[in-house]
Design a protein around this ligand. Structure first.
Ligand SMILES: [Zn+2]
Length: 228
C-alpha cells in the first residue's frame, strides 16, 4: 500500500483560556457606566500587593477584597483593572474588554488619562513582598491575554515611580520582548534573497545582538533551575 499523503503534523501549543465573568466570582456592580477605551496601544501588568492567592477560592476572596478597597475605601467606580490573574492561571473579568481602566497611574492628570484610555490593565494576585514571583501558569495566561490585546507589553513602573508589578514581572517582560524581537527579525529577513543581496556587516551585527539575547535567556533559565 502506498501512502500518497505527505502531510506534516506540526505540534503547536494552543492554550484556551476561559475568563471567569464578574457574576461568577461575585463582583459587586460598577457604580456608574464605564468610559470606553480608545485606540489600544498594549497591555500593562500590575500586582495587587496582597499576599499571593493560593487556589481559586483564595483568588476570588482577594478579588472581592480589591473591589472593596477600590469602591468603598477609595470611592472609585469599580475594581480598577480590566482583568486579574491568579497563580492558578485563571483569568478573572474586572472592567473587561473595551472599558477604560483606572489603574495606570502616571505623573500628571493628563498622563493618567492617556494611560487609562489606551492601555488594558491586568493585575496579578500577589506582591505583598517585593520578591514574590508569579507561577508559570500565571505567566502563560498573561502571555495569552497579551496576544489577544496586541501592541506593547509594559510594567506599571514604566508609567511612574512605583514598585508595581515587581522585579519578576519586569524581567519576564524583557524576556518576552527579546523573543518577540528575534521572531520579528527572522520574519523580516528575506529568505529568498541571494547571499550577495545581504550586507554581511549588518547581517553579522544583527546576528551578534540575537546571540547575546539568546545567551542571556539561556543563562537565566540555568540560573532559575539552580535556584529551584
Ligand atoms: Zn500597578
Amino acid at each position: 500500500m502506498v501512502h500518497l499523503c505527505s502531510c506534516v503534523t506540526a505540534k503547536v501549543e494552543v492554550i484556551t483560556v476561559k475568563i471567569i465573568s464578574r457574576d461568577s466570582w461575585g463582583a459587586k456592580p460598577n457604580k456608574t457606566k464605564f468610559s470606553k477605551l480608545g485606540e489600544v496601544k498594549g497591555l500593562v501588568i500590575h500586582w495587587s500587593a496582597y499576599p499571593i492567592a493560593i487556589g481559586n477560592q483564595a483568588e476570588m476572596d482577594q478579588l472581592k477584597q480589591i473591589q472593596r478597597l477600590h469602591q468603598v475605601d477609595r470611592g472609585w467606580n469599580d475594581i480598577a483593572y480590566n482583568f486579574l490573574v491568579g497563580d492558578t492561571g485563571q483569568i478573572y473579568e474586572g472592567r473587561g474588554w473595551g472599558n477604560r481602566s483606572a489603574a495606570q497611574g502616571g505623573n500628571s492628570r493628563q498622563e493618567i488619562n492617556y494611560n487609562n484610555k489606551h492601555y488594558v490593565a491586568v493585575c496579578w494576585l500577589g506582591g505583598s513582598k517585593p520578591t514574590d514571583k508569579p507561577s508559570n501558569k500565571a505567566l502563560k495566561s498573561v502571555k495569552w491575554l497579551h496576544e489577544q490585546v496586541g501592541g506593547e507589553l509594559k510594567p506599571h513602573s514604566s508609567f511612574k515611580q512605583t514598585a508595581c508589578p515587581g522585579d519578576a514581572w519586569r524581567q519576564w517582560i524583557l524576556d518576552v520582548q527579546a523573543i518577540d524581537d528575534i521572531n520579528k527579525w527572522v520574519k523580516d529577513t528575506p529568505n529568498t534573497a541571494s547571499p550577495d543581496m545581504i550586507n554581511p556587516q549588518s547581517f553579522q551585527k544583527k546576528l551578534d545582538v540575537i546571540i547575546a539575547k539568546l545567551e542571556n535567556i539561556e543563562n537565566k533559565l540555568k540560573l532559575g533551575k539552580l535556584i529551584q
